[in-house]
Write a protein that binds this ligand. Structure first.
Ligand code: PLP
Length: 394
């Protein structure tokens, strides 16, 4: 049977593909170090695990929940946003989803008609454009470079705007670059979006993972108008080491949230009940572990930054947040005789036994992405292997 055009056109997630390849080689007994996946290596904190065990045992997690999520979790999301964003929402303005990824999927399904455009500053997270394609929308990529610290300017957005522009995607801190927008930059972008009635989709998933003197500014905190123009996307995966539990959420405009709930009601019914109860504990419970994990990431970031700079040709910025390095490796490619970053990434895997992700997956063909959500020993050894490989090849 012929597959749908939609299915034929979809690109599988490049990061998941790279990590699957690394896992396959590891299963064959190869000593592969994988820096592919954006997943904390920590186990979910015990208090959260215990909250889940309790609701499994007392039977509360046995049943379907409301599509939008259990009332306790919708309330917890509101409290969380009050505490960390200093903004006020009602529980009805929230939807709990199967990971932040599905929250994004639902937003696009809710707002896009065929040919509607979403502006995406590049480099960007792989799934945005494919999800937009699935909703028959069109991604309009606006390129940012390391010279501008990967921060898009309003003039660039204005040049990309058309009558079909429906939304702009903002991801700060960014996957893959680790860049964080300043308050001033966000205000400018927010006011531009308000002026042209463009929905801001604020993917804040890395908002709690910021380092050094850096701070995360939620764009919704900048004015009431910007808040009304924005859908927040967030979740527990990265902050609480809960990737496997699959709980994300979206918050904002009631009409859009209601449409997302209706779509989800026909697609998934509800996110897993036990995970929702665990997420309540995550959001309103003790936050000590979050800070411990954040500090561990910061130490890794600092040591890996030093080490990466020793690799010939690597042009690397210190990421302000998230847990990725996104060096420009163009010079390294030239030094080692590569014309395509994918060949370099392949050789790193098969010859140096280090798995990384090609920058092409993020719309930046001169870059590679290395996740530092791995233990220190793995990171040290992986970077040493890359360095040795490049020194030998050049
Ligand atoms: N947004 C960004 C930028 C991400 O990097 C990820 C995960 O890698 C997600 C959203 C989705 O996270 P989850 O679906 O695990 O909540």
């Amino acid at each position: 049977m012929n597959l749908s055009t939609r299915a034929q056109n979809i690109e599988p997630s490049a990061t998941l593909k790279a990590s699957t390849k690394a896992k396959q080689l590891q299963a064959q007994g190869k000593d592969i170090l994988s820096l592919t996946v954006g997943e904390p290596d920590f186990a979910t904190p015990e208090t959260i695990q215990n909250a889940a065990i309790e609701v499994i045992k007392n039977g509360k997690a046995s049943y379907y929940t409301a599509t939008a999520g259990i009332p306790e979790l919708r309330q917890a999301i509101v409290e969380y946003l009050e505490k960390f964003y200093h903004v006020t929402y009602t529980p009805s303005q929230t939807i709990v989803t199967d990971g932040a990824k599905y929250a994004l999927y639902l937003v696009f399904q809710a707002i896009l008609d065929e040919g509607d455009e979403v502006i995406i500053p590049t480099p960007y997270w792989v799934s945005y454009s494919e999800q937009i394609k699935l909703a028959q929308g069109r991604s309009v990529f606006v390129e940012t470079t390391s010279a501008q610290n990967f921060q898009v300017m309003v003039e660039q957005l204005e040049a990309a705007r058309t009558p079909r522009t429906k939304a702009i995607l903002l991801n700060s801190p960014s996957n893959p670059t680790g860049m964080i927008y300043s308050k001033l930059q966000l205000k400018e972008i927010g006011e531009w979006a308000v002026a042209h009635d463009i929905l801001i989709i604020a993917d804040d998933i890395y908002g709690r993972l910021v380092y050094g003197e850096e701070t995360f500014t939620p764009i919704v905190s900048l004015s009431e108008k910007i808040k009304e123009q924005t859908i927040i996307i967030n979740g527990v995966s990265k902050t609480y080491a809960m990737t496997g539990w699959r709980i994300g959420f979206a918050v904002g405009n009631q009409t859009i949230i209601n449409a997302m709930i209706d779509i989800a009601s026909q697609a998934t019914s509800n996110p897993t009940a036990v995970s929702q109860y665990a997420a309540v504990e995550a959001l309103v419970g003790d936050q000590t572990k979050v800070e411990e994990m954040r500090q561990a990431f910061e130490i890794r970031r600092n040591t890996m930054f030093e080490a990466l700079q020793e690799i010939p040709g690597f042009d690397v910025l210190l990421p302000a947040g998230a847990f990725y390095f996104f060096p420009n490796v163009q010079q390294t490619l030239e030094l080692c005789g590569y014309t395509d970053v994918d060949d370099f990434v392949d050789d790193l895997l098969y010859e140096a036994n280090v798995a990384v992700v090609t920058g092409k997956a993020f719309g930046a063909a001169q870059h590679i992405r290395l996740s530092y959500a791995a233990d220190q020993q793995t990171l040290d050894e992986a970077v040493a292997r890359i360095k040795k490989f490049v020194e030998k090849k050049q």
